[in-house]
Design a protein around this ligand. Structure first.
Ligand code: C2E
Ligand code: CA
Ligand code: CA
Length: 559
């Protein structure tokens, strides 16, 4: 028996077929008996468009009335071309008014059947709501924001307990800017797929927008939410590769609990969002549970952003550079200073850069403030090198500054304008930039180095700590974070770590500075293992320029 024969012998139960389709789809179904002019519409179509019944006489003119005026002519043309025998199908997108009076976009498709005289007998098809098709996000394959809200509302309505976790990829905009949009989309999809594999039964994942995802976990308590974040964190923190480009894709989370932190999906998501923002503030790659303190933190941040904006507008008022000495480990002679930004006002007191630098970054002010820091510190370096030849100035640079195409030309001009020796300047960048963005940043680093400026990898050991990375890194100097110096005389691991870093760096010609030396015991240990320079409260904390000049620059006169 061939396929055609087989199909003929297959008893098609039309009613079953219709019911099965109506049951399995969200689309609207219609079948019109063209001779009697009576239509059978699916229940959802009857309800959503307020049609009088499931059996509707004169459906086509009735439906036409619901179509927005602008689209009616196209609808008429399509129907006419079927009735005139030109075509046997209808395939059109238009807007139609639903029972709520909203105009919604639909796609309407149908097939016309004729008798032997060519007269239309049956016309049947499907109307698809195009917005509903947006249930799924095409980039990640996850359900969208609305679906997330619906689920949370349902859980709240039936008084379920559970948790909502918002996940935000850390520095995704950087990945996107540096490697392009298509690459960014692949990263999002990869993250969505790998995270979905980690979520337990009863949990669902959604893409809210941009680089923010949500996981809703019915019945979960705080411990289960924390455990889930931990699992996601471990996978995200591995090195990933797409198209031969390797990158890290760290993730922060904000968690709010259903039945506890809000009465509506909207409020719950907002609270989780505030908690996520706090995780980002606390240095990223971490999770935070929503609490009333979250709101206070957010308000504080808004307050700081106000101070920052006013100061920048008021010619950098309240900003000041402090300087912390760098000394040669062998001789303990002064070698230079690190410029550290301060903000101080009579009215509001002093703020830590740990608090205000991220605000400057997220409010787009870091470029302007960063240029001011460069200008001040270069000028200071030039001045101090007159009495102290070879004086080194370390300046901290934020990654957003590096993304600015004008950054290198600005530095070049500044070297010219201030007359500073570029060999005296060290630009410090946090360890993470050397890992996540090396491919994109190498050209910038090379250009800076070609004018004689040196590059330091700051806070080594706090993030990625790959010793293998050091050997190929374009850094001239590595600064080991205080984390490893603390208790160095007691902690064998820390001592072995610094020892290994120094040996490896020296073997490829990289200098090592040890930061945060506070105690004489720490100093002795660090000097014994061969660090090149030392920085820390033991020598001095950061101080204003005039104090620095008094203590470290002005030649001491014997009294
Ligand atoms: P950093 O670059 O790691 O700077 C060293 C920080 O360690 C400074 O904190 C300094 O006061 C502190 N420190 C120095 N010696 C010791 C010590 O012996 N013990 C301890 N416990 N701490 C020590 P500070 O000035 O609060 O700066 C914090 C961070 O803010 C800096 O960390 C840097 O990442 C950022 N920052 C400061 N100024 C600037 C700037 O002009 N631009 C940018 N982008 N970031 C800046
Ligand atoms: Ca630094
Ligand atoms: Ca540091």
């Amino acid at each position: 028996m061939d396929t055609k024969e087989a199909l003929k012998s297959f008893e098609l139960d039309a009613r079953l077929f219709y019911d099965a389709i109506a049951f399995s789809t969200d689309d609207y179904l219609y079948i019109i008996d063209m001779q009697r002019d009576i239509a059978l519409v699916s229940d959802n179509m009857r309800d959503d468009f307020d049609l009088p019944d499931s059996l509707v006489p004169g459906l086509i003119p009735l439906w036409r009335e619901l179509i927005v005026e602008r689209d009616r002519k196209r609808f008429d043309d399509s129907i006419d071309s079927m009735l005139s025998g030109e075509t046997d199908y209808h395939d059109l997108e238009y807007q139609v008014k639903n029972a709520l009076g909203e105009s919604i976009w639909v796609m309407c498709r149908g097939l016309l059947k004729r008798d032997e005289n060519g007269q239309p007998t049956m016309f049947a098809g499907v109307v698809t709501c195009l917005e509903r098709k947006g249930k799924i996000d095409s980039v990640t394959g996850l359900f969208t924001h609305d679906e997330c809200m619906n689920l949370i509302d349902r859980l709240i309505a039936c008084e379920s307990q559970g948790g909502v976790m918002l996940l935000g990829l850390d520095d995704f905009s950087r990945i996107n800017l540096l490697n392009g949009h298509a690459f960014g989309n692949t990263v999002l999809r990869m993250f969505a797929q790998s995270t979905q594999r980690l979520i337990p039964e009863g949990a669902s994942m959604f893409r809210l927008d941009g680089d923010v995802f949500a996981i809703v976990m019915d019945g979960a308590g705080c411990a289960a939410m924390e455990e889930l974040y931990h699992a996601i964190h471990v996978v995200a923190n591995r090195q990933h590769t797409i198209d031969d480009l390797s990158f890290f894709c760290m993730v922060s989370a904000g968690i709010a609990m259903i039945g506890q932190d809000a009465q509506s999906a909207q409020d719950l998501l907002r609270n989780a969002e505030n908690a996520l923002e706090e995780s980002k503030q606390r240095g990223k790659n971490t999770s935070t549970f929503f609490s009333s303190a979250t709101i206070a933190t957010k308000l504080r941040r808004l307050e700081i952003s106000d101070y920052m904006q006013s100061s920048v507008l008021d010619d950098m008022k309240n900003f000041e550079l402090y300087y912390q000495p760098l000394v040669c480990a062998e001789t303990m002679d002064i070698a230079g200073a690190e410029a550290l930004l301060r903000w101080n006002s009579e009215e509001h007191g002093q703020l830590s850069p740990v608090e205000f630098i991220p605000v400057l970054e997220s409010y787009g002010l870091i470029g302007q403030v960063g240029r001011w820091v460069l200008e001040r510190s270069f000028t200071q370096c030039k001045r101090w090198s007159e009495t102290h030849p070879g004086f080194i100035m370390d300046v901290n640079i934020s990654y957003l500054q590096l993304l600015d195409a004008d950054f290198v030309p600005f530095v070049e001009q500044l070297v010219e304008r201030t007359g500073v020796d570029p060999a005296s300047i060290v630009l410090e960048m946090t360890e993470s930039y050397f890992v996540t963005d090396m491919d994109a940043l190498r050209a910038t680093f090379d250009r800076l180095r070609s004018i004689g400026i040196r590059i330091a990898m700051d806070d080594f050991g706090t993030g990625y700590s790959s010793l293998g990375l050091l050997a190929q890194s374009p850094a001239d100097i590595v600064k080991i974070d205080r984390l490893f110096i603390k208790d160095i005389h007691r902690e064998a691991f820390n001592r072995a770590f610094i020892d290994a870093v120094i040996e490896l760096c020296h073997s490829v010609g990289i200098e090592v500075t040890v930061e945060g030396v506070e105690e004489p015991t720490e100093l002795d240990a660090v000097r014994a293992i061969g660090a090149d320079s030392i920085q820390g409260f033991f020598v001095s904390c950061p101080i204003p320029a005039h104090s620095f000049e008094e203590r470290f620059i002005t030649p001491q006169t014997a009294s």
